[in-house]
Design a protein around this ligand. Structure first.
Ligand SMILES: *Cc1c(COP(=O)(O)O)cnc(C)c1O
Length: 365
């Protein structure tokens, strides 16, 4: 009997998530100076952590010997005020990825199905497989756009969750509020829409799903502090939904699933409106800079609405490797069925210039 024989079904064949390469790893592998490497691979905030969040995290470290408030009262209270929802409508997660897993714990098991797009954020599929449920992947429409009527059409009596992100990662496209409303109104009563709002703060006119939650529609929205708030390393996100759904997710989590440093940082970062506004402005400028750069190089790209862009570079993995040797880490998306594309995070102006210069060199344009 091997350990694999003893493991639960599905766990041994569970695919492994491939994260963006850390700067230290690339430096070690290629013998480069880490200080000269830029990482545009994981949609992190190039402007660093929210200053208010950072200061609060530093203060919270003084109490590192104490367990966190496992109810995350201060954070939920602030979220409730910000969203004009009840405190009992929020659950805090160890990154929004944990919330995806909690949804799996609560609603998925062998025989159940989850609907998502092809080339959707891979964690959706990983969560489905983890709980023995079947991931049903729906093709994207032309231009790598998300096809919401096709998601609806893929629903069967076994479907429990639909995973959808706007803007989507890695494709970057966003869906209109009307399209999303149509999807929600058509949901049968046995299906929950999981709306992944990881990049929603970057949108000019973000869709607001709170009216649907108030109406009793089965929708749960997930957000993160990893992106515009710049706290990816601390691992914290939140979900909001009907209090009945949130109560179920609260039972599915560990008592202290989020550490107190992260909770303090997130609570303070919510007040950092100036930082968030600046990051959003810089991101719009960066998207425009990259779009102009890709056009000048004659490269096709998807005009993404998040803090990253997909560019068509030919052999994605080869260009990724070549850029890495120049100290620019990007993200190949071959694993998402997009072998010709590369995903690049919007960096600072200088970082974007370096990426564009690197592409020009590597592609001999
Ligand atoms: C980055 C990202 C998240 C957030 O993950 P965390 O676990 O909160 O860091 C969620 N969904 C998508 C689509 C993402 O790209």
């Amino acid at each position: 009997m091997t350990f694999a024989d003893l493991a639960n079904p599905g766990i041994v064949t569970q695919p492994i998530y491939e994260p963006g390469k850390p700067i230290e790893t690339v430096a070690r592998e290629l013998g480069l100076d880490p200080a000269g490497i830029i990482k545009l691979a994981s949609n992190e905030n190039p402007h660093g952590p929210s200053p208010k969040g950072l200061a609060a995290a530093q203060r919270a470290l003084q109490d590192a010997h104490l367990y966190p408030d496992g109810g995350y009262f201060a954070l939920r209270q602030k979220l409730a005020a910000k969203f004009a929802l009840g405190m009992d409508q929020f659950v805090i997660g160890d990154g929004s990825n944990e919330l995806l897993e909690l949804l799996g714990h609560a609603f998925l098991s062998p025989g159940k199905e989850c609907v998502m797009h092809q080339s959707a954020f891979v964690v959706y599929k990983l969560v489905a497989l983890m709980f023995g449920a079947k991931p049903v992947e729906v093709p994207l429409a032309a231009g790598l756009r998300q096809d919401l009527p096709a998601l609806l059409a893929a629903i069967t009596p076994a479907t429990r969750l639909i995973f959808l992100a706007t803007p989507a990662n890695p494709v970057g496209v966003a869906n209109s509020a009307e399209e999303i409303a149509t999807l929600i109104r058509a949901l049968p009563p046995h299906v929950i829409l999981v709306m992944d709002e990881a990049y929603i703060e970057y949108l000019e006119n973000p869709p607001d799903l709170r009216p649907f939650i108030a109406e009793g529609r089965k929708v749960v929205c997930l957000r993160t502090f990893s992106k515009i708030y710049g706290l990816a390393s601390l691992r914290i996100g939140y979900g909001y939904a009907a209090k009945e759904l949130i109560a179920i997710l609260q039972r599915a989590r560990q008592p202290f699933n989020v550490n107190a440093i992260a909770a303090a940082a997130a609570t303070a970062a919510l007040d950092d409106e100036e930082f968030v506004a600046r990051c959003r402005r810089e991101n719009f400028a960066g998207l425009a800079q990259l779009a102009a750069g890709f056009k000048a190089l004659g490269l096709e790209f998807v005009p993404g609405k998040g803090n990253f862009v997909l560019a068509k570079v030919g052999d994605g993995p080869a260009v990724f490797e070549a850029l890495q040797r120049l100290g620019v880490i990007t993200r190949p998306v071959k694993g998402y069925g997009l072998p010709e594309w590369l995903r690049v995070t919007v960096g600072t102006k200088t970082q974007n210039e370096r990426l564009l210069a690197g592409l020009k060199t590597v592609l001999k344009l």
